[in-house]
Design a protein around this ligand. Structure first.
Ligand SMILES: C[S@@+](CC[C@H](N)C(=O)[O-])C[C@H]1O[C@@H](n2cnc3c(N)ncnc32)[C@H](O)[C@@H]1O
Length: 340
């Protein structure tokens, strides 16, 4: 029998989640929200397959969906009272986590509190914010509400052990999406020329192993060493060739590269706008030299307007796709480019 699950993902990457589900979970039905990002509903009887997805953050098993008429806390109280959560019988403790989108007269903390009180009165179990057996999710999107059990304790983008974290690292789920947009084919050469802690190449290596040739480089030897340690920690070092290289002079180290997937500095923390412009420009010129004629690059940046102008002026690449994603409260753009 199929159950319904609410999956959370990077806002702007819902199509990637649907694509991955189509490929990996037979007969699963997905539903996207109209005009709302970061969540997808899926119906499937193959629950364990959900845990193999690379594009999602959390899995919530749905208990009840409902539509609020007045959108008041009293109405919420009445609805939650009638929700049967069988899993509560065997749990010692629980917590409620809520997210709220839209205009309401209450906050998500109020929602958590009300739901927590009602569930505690009904099942007589302890509330514990840290050591809980069950994490009950109660979300509202406008007047549309969901109650379910969050099956993932850690977000699934934390799938790699990292001895070194880069403060500007992207989530593994975004790295996965970017790699999918790169349309990697067997035996191709793949490069992240500003690898930082290595999120993109760890993701590529876990997906393709030795079916593609993966290179990773960064300007700083200590960063390259740390990325290598991260790869070693995850048993992926053997699939990645690490190099110290300047991303504005890639042709000195690389040639015939098919795919570049990269998260360059946004210049938020360091550097002036003028320097960043020159840096992006030089990076495009050198990537163009290091890539072969079928070359395709996927790049994420917060400096979308500046980058788009540089690409168009450079006449080295054409933008074949651009999208905005949400990542930790900021809205970078992902550009997919092909060599001209
Ligand atoms: C936004 S971070 C990348 C984070 C990475 N995606 C991760 O998951 O940790 C940008 C990286 O570009 C590197 N970098 C900056 N200038 C560079 C250059 N000229 N050549 C190569 N790498 C450079 C930095 O050292 C930094 O590691």
């Amino acid at each position: 029998m199929s159950d319904k699950f609410l999956l959370t993902c990077d806002p702007g990457m819902e199509d990637i989640v649907e694509m991955e589900i189509r490929e990996k979970i037979r007969n699963a039905k997905t539903y996207r929200f109209f005009n709302f990002q970061g969540k997808i509903l899926v119906e499937t009887d193959r629950v364990s397959d959900l845990f193999n997805l690379h594009s999602i953050h959390h899995i919530v098993k749905m208990k009840k969906e409902f539509y609020l008429k007045e959108a008041s806390l009293d109405e919420i109280r009445k609805i939650i009272k009638d929700v049967e959560i069988e899993e509560m019988e065997s749990a010692k403790s629980f917590r409620v986590t809520s997210q709220r989108y839209g205009n309401h007269t209450f906050t998500s903390i109020d929602m958590q509190k009300v739901a927590g009180e009602v569930i505690q009165n009904k099942y007589k179990k302890e509330v514990s914010l840290k050591e809980f057996d069950l994490n009950i999710r109660f979300d509202l999107i406008g007047n549309f509400g969901f109650i379910g059990i969050q099956m993932t304790k850690q977000p699934m983008y934390k799938r790699f052990k990292k001895v070194f974290h880069h403060s500007a690292a992207i989530k593994s789920t975004l790295a996965y999406g970017m790699i999918r947009l790169a349309e990697v084919k067997e035996n191709q050469t793949f490069l992240d020329p500003m690898c930082g802690s290595g999120t993109i190449i760890l993701e590529a290596a876990s997906l393709y192993k030795d079916r593609i040739k993966i290179f990773a480089s960064d300007l700083f030897p200590d960063i390259v060493e740390k990325a290598r340690e991260n790869a070693r920690e995850n048993g992926l070092e053997k699939f990645i060739d690490f190099k110290v290289a300047d991303a504005t002079r890639l042709e000195e180290n690389f040639s015939n590269i098919d795919r570049i997937v990269v998260n360059p500095p946004y210049g938020v923390k360091v550097g002036k706008k003028k320097d960043l412009k020159a840096f992006y420009w030089k990076f495009l010129e050198s990537s163009n030299k290091a890539m072969n004629q079928e070359g395709r690059m996927v790049l994420i940046t917060l400096r979308a307007d500046m980058f788009r102008i540089i690409v168009n002026r450079s006449k080295l690449f054409k933008i074949v796709h651009e999208r905005v994603v949400e990542s930790g409260g900021i809205f970078p753009h992902i550009f997919v480019m092909e060599k001209l």
